[in-house]
Design a protein around this ligand. Structure first.
Ligand SMILES: *Cc1c(COP(=O)(O)O)cnc(C)c1O
Length: 429
């Protein structure tokens, strides 16, 4: 059953029912935002995003570190700018994401790490021109290409090999990445040889080592294990005369998508202390790449109830948001808490909450107990700030929703709703 979210009980989320009973983001009423900007609508608490970023900053204070927010979790320019101003670096996985940094926060380009298994030559060139912090190289062939492009430009390329530490982390199989059989990284047993070979290239600078074992990992210990393996490799390479100066522990720290007690500050402390413990004998820089943990719980997707219908024993709530807005339930069977923005009295109902897209997989919740709702009511789908808008599509020729950033009393539109003109102008016939 969905509990109302009392503010003091769930510091994990910035959404709370105010004294008038309606759901607010910080000091801003969600009903007002929906009336002003329409639905479906993504609403983010900028205050919470900064708070989460600061949790990592303070947990790692006292050691040389760089927090590179993983842009793919939510790549909206307004969010990049917000985090850049707070001093964040960025983890990117495409040239397109780099263009976003260059547009919203060009001064942060030298705090960018570039991950991804399929970097193209133009993407590498763009990153060399932008003078990014480091390339996280995922294969021998990519290392060759990076060497060639750097050579052409006569420009040094700092790189970290992304190694596969072969650490198992409990999460959904689609977002687990740290095992030998995954497409990511290079086998840690082959890494030493690759560093030795790269060290001979004039324009390549062996700078660090990176590991990223997956996403939505709830326990801290696999992160510590992965970093320990990285430290072993650093020590081996030292004997070969190669000094790596950075260890990039990747991202992946998970949140609790269910209602109940979740203490993000304690979670970050636990995570940081696992990393620090493994890094006790390493005095270089620690890089981390959190995405979800920073933005997921800051965001909600608002949707209006379009229809309520019964088929046999089932009751369907048909909302105006759909899988093209938030695909996580369809893609990963992910759970999202869903609450009416202005709760009504009356019996709870057991319902499926679905969208209008022509796919049975287009659902947000199945057999969910929900307080009574009526046509036109507003629902808040919680914890939608990560991998929501950044995975949105135009499937069924649905326009992408608008996004609003709330800070204190202010609510700023950071993406206007897409129009049919936006969409059609890209096509020729
Ligand atoms: C996706 C990704 C991240 C971020 O993962 P989260 O689970 O959102 O923290 C970090 N680094 C790399 C290389 C990634 O692919």
């Amino acid at each position: 059953m969905t509990q109302p979210l009392a503010k003091e009980k769930s510091s994990a989320r910035p959404f709370h029912h105010s004294v008038d009973g309606s759901l607010h983001c910080g000091e801003v009423a969600l009903e007002q935002l929906a009336a002003r900007f329409g639905t479906p609508l993504y609403v983010y608490s900028g205050d919470q995003i900064l708070e989460r970023f600061q949790l990592f900053q303070s947990a790692l204070s006292g050691r040389d570190h760089l927090i590179c927010y993983a842009v793919k979790a939510n790549s909206t320019l307004g969010i990049i700018k917000l985090l850049a101003k707070a001093g964040a670096g960025f983890d990117i996985v495409s040239g397109g994401e780099l263009q976003r940094i260059l547009a919203a926060a060009p001064d942060a380009a030298n705090r960018v790490v570039f991950s991804g298994v399929g970097k193209t030559a133009p993407e590498i060139d763009l990153a060399l021109d932008a003078n990014i912090h480091q390339f996280n190289v995922e294969s021998e062939a990519e290392l060759e290409l990076l060497a060639a492009r750097a050579d052409r430009k006569k420009q040094r390329a700092r790189f970290a090999l992304r190694v596969n530490p072969d650490v198992f982390a409990e999460t959904h199989p689609y977002i687990s990445t740290g095992l030998r059989e995954h497409k990511f990284g290079v086998d840690i047993r082959k890494a030493r040889e690759l560093y030795l070979r790269a060290a001979k290239k004039k324009w390549l600078e062996p700078y660090g080592i990176s590991v990223h074992i997956g996403s939505q990992i709830r326990s801290a210990s696999p992160f510590g294990d992965a970093v320990s393996r990285a430290v072993e490799l650093v020590n081996q390479l030292k004997q070969n005369g190669i000094t790596l100066r950075a260890i990039d522990a990747g991202g992946g720290l998970g949140i609790d998508y269910h209602a109940g007690n979740f203490n993000p500050a304690a979670k970050v402390r636990e995570y940081a202390s696992a990393l620090k413990k493994s890094l006790a004998n390493f005095d270089g820089k620690l890089i981390i790449e959190p995405g979800r943990f920073i933005v997921a719980q800051a965001g909600a997707l608002l949707a209006r109830v379009l229809y309520i219908k019964k088929n046999g024993k089932k009751t369907f709530i048909i909302a105006d948001a759909a899988m093209n807005d938030l695909i996580r339930p369809a893609l990963y069977q992910a759970h999202h808490e869903i609450i009416p923005v202005t709760p009504r009295k009356g019996r709870t109902m057991t319902v499926d909450i679905v969208g209008p897209v022509c796919e049975t997989g287009d659902f947000f919740a199945r057999d969910r107990k929900l307080p009574r709702v009526e046509l036109g009511d507003l629902l808040a789908i919680l914890d939608a700030g990560a991998y929501g808008m950044s995975q949105a599509s135009n499937y069924n020729t649905r326009m992408k929703s608008a996004e609003v950033l709330v800070q204190g009393k202010s609510a700023k539109l950071i993406r206007r709703r897409e129009t049919i003109e936006d969409l059609l102008q890209q096509e020729k016939f």
